[in-house]
Structure formats: C-alpha cells, structure tokens
Design a protein around this ligand. Structure first.
Ligand code: GLU
Length: 385
C-alpha cells in the first residue's frame, strides 16, 4: 500500500475536520517550545491561533490540550538539566502553566477568542463523579464559544496518578465532550508502515479502520520521539476515541497552517470510528454501567422525557436503592415500566430530600445550591431509543 493508492478514500476524510461540530486539538511540546532556548515559539502559536479562530469563526467548538508547561517552567525557574526530581518537575509545571495559559489567552484574544484553563488529573476522567463535573464545565465553556486550554495538572500529579502523556489525556477529553474529531498535531506526517527515519521510502498509512496488532507494531517501528509518548500513545489515544465515535487524525504540526493542510488533503493518518459520538455515548449510558437505583417518576415527567427534556426534582415520586452522584439509575413510571437510564447529578439521600420540589426550592432542602436537573438530558437515554 502506498499513500497514493489510498488517495481517493483519503480525500473523503478531508471533510471530517471541516464538518466536525466539536474538535479537540492536541499540541505537543515539541511544536510549542523551542527546546534549545527553552521558550515558547510565539510565531508557531500565533499561526495556530489564526487557525483556531478560523474554526471557531465558522461555528465549530474547539478545545485545546496543550503540553509545554514543564519545559517552559524549567527554563523559567532556571532548573539545570539534572534537576528532574518529581518535586522539581511539579514546580516547573506550576510556573510554566501560567506562561502557557497566558500565551494562549493573549494570542487567541487577538482574534476575539476567549480561553479558559482546565487542569485535569487521571481521576477527573476515570472517576464518574469527577468526570461529570469536568464534563459539565467543558460543556458550559464550549457552549458559550470559549476555547478550553487543557493540560494535565502536573503540579500535583505523581507517577501513580498521572497520564504522563497528553495524547491519551486529549483522547479522554474528546470522549468526555463527545467531540467528533481529535487532531493530534505531531512532528511527523502520521503513522508509517515502518520507521521513516530508518527507511525514507516508508509509506504513510492514510486510513486505519481497526487497530490491529499489525498497526500497533507499526507504531513501534516509527519510534522516534514525538513528545513523551511517541506513536504508541497516539495509537492508544485513537483506541480511546474510536469506540467513542470520535475520528482521530495524526498530522504534521510543523507545516504552516496544519489544520488547513488537513482539510486540503495533506498527508496524515486518520483513525475512523464505526459510530457517532451520540450513539456511542447513549450505548455507554444504556449498556455499560450497572444501575445502582431506581427513580419512579410521575406522568408529567414521563411526558417531558419523551419530549427530550431533562429530569427535574419535581417529577420524582420515589427513590429506590442507594447511589452516589454520577451513578447510573433506571427511571420507571408508577406502573413499573422501565422508561430510561441516566447518570444522576445527586446521591440517593439528596434526591430523597428534593423529590417532588420545584428546582427553585431545592436549595432550602439541601442547604446548598445544586444543579437544576437531577438527570440532565445529555446524560439520559430513553429505553427503546
Ligand atoms: N503535561 C506535560 C507538560 O505540560 C506534557 C505531557 C506530554 O508532552 O504529553 O509539560
């Protein structure tokens, strides 16, 4: 297989980035930081800002997962090459993250694009309760057209509790916000049949439908260092995205206008999902989680659900079982019919306190102001739908 022989199917993929409603872009340290000098490559980030503004300008929602905090912070703090103890790296991340976030804010701000910083740890994407918090913050930011600039919270993360590479973090973020497309900007064109450094004639693999052991072995072969993870973590990222309905593209960020280049059919590697983000998410909510309880709802709430609305406290008649915020529950009507499944925003104790009340009255019952919905419609799947 050569890159050319797949030219036609590849062309069909160029629309994917243009058509994506929600895009996550992962930027590696090797693109953003001039390692010799240890400072931010402003010209590169300026050109990326133009591209991001082009995407947001045509109505697309964009989140950026950016590396670079540790490299920038090390230089800023004047750490020597051999000063790489955990606490020194954590301190570097704390210092460098400010520089990084500020640069994004300034350069995207020049195009009228607002940014917000989110620092995540492994637990924020793996633990369902924390996942729901992170997800709703992301949704809120994306919904108002702000670009979240995300990194791992390296100043508190230790080896046992960290991703360590932003490829997989970006994939979790893409799955978490049901993105249609994850762009992994790298310093090579994509995945090759064999190490392009060793064999310059090695062919690029333009499209991957399934990540087979053969594909994984190609990652090992193209083993030059592209950030901390190399191709192996990029394939791991694609593996997370594919079942979530999100397409992943590895592309060369060293080219000028790398996002436009993807749309213009530049060489890159696409990993294609077999489903859409919304179907994948519904499947996950409906099928993969063990329900921890039951909410019996009244006829008004049953009707609202059928109309695509969220479940409010006022429509809940009875609570059965013990569950925590983020758990999966079954919704039933009084006749005992299963109506839906969803992820709850409150524990069973809390729902018992607020059931039957209007959302405006829940603060008095709980002693704090929580969310209006017990299950947001994005976290709800009607049975049979
Ligand atoms: N989170 C790290 C940083 O900001 C980078 C991890 C990676 O390069 O994948 O420095």
């Amino acid at each position: 297989m050569t890159a050319n022989s797949e030219k036609t199917p590849q062309t069909a993929q160029t629309q994917r980035l243009r058509d994506a409603r929600r895009v996550v872009i992962k930027v590696g340290s090797s693109l953003l930081v001039d390692f010799g000098a240890g400072h931010l490559d402003r010209a590169w980030l300026e050109s990326l800002a133009v591209e991001i503004a082009r995407l947001t300008g045509r109505g697309q929602q964009v989140a950026v997962v950016s590396s670079g905090a540790i490299a920038l912070g090390r230089k800023y703090l004047g750490l020597a090459e051999d000063q790489r103890r955990l606490e020194q790296q954590q301190a570097a991340a704390a210092a460098g993250q400010v520089l990084l976030a500020h640069a994004y804010q300034e350069l995207l701000g020049q195009h009228g694009v607002k940014v917000a910083q989110m620092l995540l740890t492994l637990g924020d994407t793996e633990d369902r309760r924390r996942y729901l918090n992170a997800r709703s913050t992301l949704e809120t930011l994306l919904g108002v057209g702000v670009v979240p600039v995300i990194n791992e919270n390296d100043s508190v993360a230790t080896e046992e509790i960290r991703y360590g590479d932003n490829d997989r973090l970006a994939a979790r973020v893409a799955a978490m916000c049901s993105a249609d497309c994850l762009v992994l900007l790298s310093d090579v064109d994509g995945l090759f049949e064999s190490d392009p450094a060793a064999s310059p004639d090695a062919a690029l693999i333009p499209i991957v439908h399934n990540i087979t052991p053969d594909i994984e072995s190609r990652a090992g072969a193209s083993g030059t260092d592209y950030g901390s993870g190399g191709m192996i973590t990029k394939i791991a990222a694609a593996k997370i995205c594919m079942p979530a309905g999100c397409a992943t593209v590895i592309a060369n960020g060293l080219k000028s206008r790398p996002l436009a280049a993807i749309e213009e059919d530049a060489p890159c590697t696409w990993f294609l999902p077999s489903t859409t983000p919304s179907i994948a998410r519904k499947r996950w909510i409906a099928g993969s989680l063990v329900p921890r309880g039951v909410l019996v709802i009244d006829a008004g709430a049953e009707q609202s659900l059928a109309n695509g609305k969220s479940l409010l406290p006022v429509g809940i008649v009875r609570v059965e079982g013990r569950f925590e915020r983020g758990d999966s529950v079954v919704l039933k009507n009084d006749a005992g019919n299963d109506l839906a499944r969803g992820l709850v925003a409150y524990s069973s104790d809390e729902v018992s306190l607020i059931k039957g009340r209007r959302s405006a009255d829940t603060e008095a019952a709980l002693g704090y102001r929580g969310r209006d919905e017990v299950i947001h419609r994005d976290n709800l799947v009607l049975i049979g739908s």
